[in-house]
Write a protein that binds this ligand. Structure first.
Ligand code: PBG
Length: 330
């Protein structure tokens, strides 16, 4: 044996000793709270598959974000649910669309809140895909026009930056979108607006509840021609490398639980700020188990979040942001 005198339990004898040697800290400073915003006033529509989460009108989103900020949550990420969808995602880049409206209201009422906007087309497309559809299928695969989608994504990112977004976060997985968005921002005076790229985003069953929340399920086919294959880690590293070359400031791995190896590898290889998205399905399964009394929600969530940080995540996007802020205070 290499360390015959080492008895690891010596340093586990009480809470203070354990804290003294703790390697990983979890704090509210790293959390981003997702918000689903829709038209109207005083709307608080529960999302059945995501207990405790709501579609909110702008006034309510401001209220919710205000509460979170008071608890110490520094940032929100916005997803828009427009009244009208079409085949060119017009509401995604309309400067009076739901997200720009929400951004303006949030920045006016809560100027110190970091407002991140998800940049994608699926919530705004009548067919629910993240890009422009040229024809429904080639064989069994949905056909998305990559470069036509880039133009619309860049327009959306610009509309959000103009409304005052602090960070834009493309989640569509088209090739070249970080570069297209960076170029569009740079030439219009938004060179200082950071891009948080959903760089390694996998085609995942764990997005199920979100698609109810954002009303964005694809009407035909699936997202496998643009989101990544769950089996590929080397490819994920190439995706991250591309996004960094194109100007990403923060790179994201998504979902979280089944992809902890990638958080670690991305952090090790690139040393960039890494975000992880603790997605809707991961939220729903713990909520369901907790509701049945099968596990302790608070302990399970704290353990999971610590795991993300231990794996190398700097930023955690989570529907538990406000709960965590409360739990971490006591
Ligand atoms: C939009 C988008 C999705 C999520 C974040 N942005 C859904 C999807 O790609 O189908 C999922 C978030 C979650 O499940 O919590 N493209």
């Amino acid at each position: 044996m290499r360390f015959p005198l080492y008895r690891p339990r010596r340093l586990r004898q009480n809470a203070r000793l354990r804290a003294l040697v703790r390697e990983t800290e979890l704090s509210v400073d790293h959390l981003v709270m997702p918000l689903f915003v829709r038209e109207g006033t005083k709307v608080r529509k529960p999302i059945t598959s995501m207990q405790g989460q709501f579609q909110l009108s702008v006034d309510q989103a401001v209220k919710e974000a205000g509460q979170a900020l008071k608890l110490g949550v520094p940032a929100v990420i916005l997803f828009g649910i427009p009244d009208k969808k079409d085949e060119k995602a017009s509401a995604a880049y309309d400067s009076n669309g739901i997200v720009p409206k929400a951004v303006r209201a949030l920045k006016k009422e809560l100027p110190e809140l970091i407002v991140v906007t998800d940049v994608c087309l699926c919530e705004y497309m009548s067919h629910g895909h993240c890009g422009v559809v040229r024809k429904s299928f080639r064989g069994r695969e949905a056909v998305i026009d990559n470069d036509a989608s880039l133009t619309l994504l860049a327009k959306a990112a610009l509309a959000y930056a103009e409304a005052g977004a602090d960070i834009v976060a493309p989640s569509d997985m088209m090739d070249g979108r970080v570069g297209a968005i960076r170029a569009a921002l740079d030439k219009t005076g938004f060179a200082d607006t950071p891009i948080m790229s959903y760089a390694a985003k996998f085609a995942s069953a764990f997005y199920g509840p979100f698609r109810e929340a954002a009303e964005s399920a694809p009407q035909f086919g699936d997202r496998k021609t643009y989101q990544m294959d769950a089996a590929n880690a080397e490819e994920a590293l190439r995706e991250v490398a591309l996004d960094i070359e194109e100007g990403a400031d923060i790179v994201m791995v998504k979902p979280a639980l089944a992809y902890l190896d990638l958080i670690w590898r991305v952090k090790e290889k690139f040393g960039y700020p890494v975000a992880v998205y603790n997605v809707s399905g991961e939220y729903a399964m713990i909520k369901a188990a907790a509701q049945n009394g099968w596990l302790d929600e608070k302990q399970a969530v704290l353990e999971m979040m610590t795991g993300f940080r231990r794996a190398g995540a700097d930023i955690i996007l989570t529907y538990w942001a406000q709960d965590l802020a409360r739990w971490l205070k006591t």
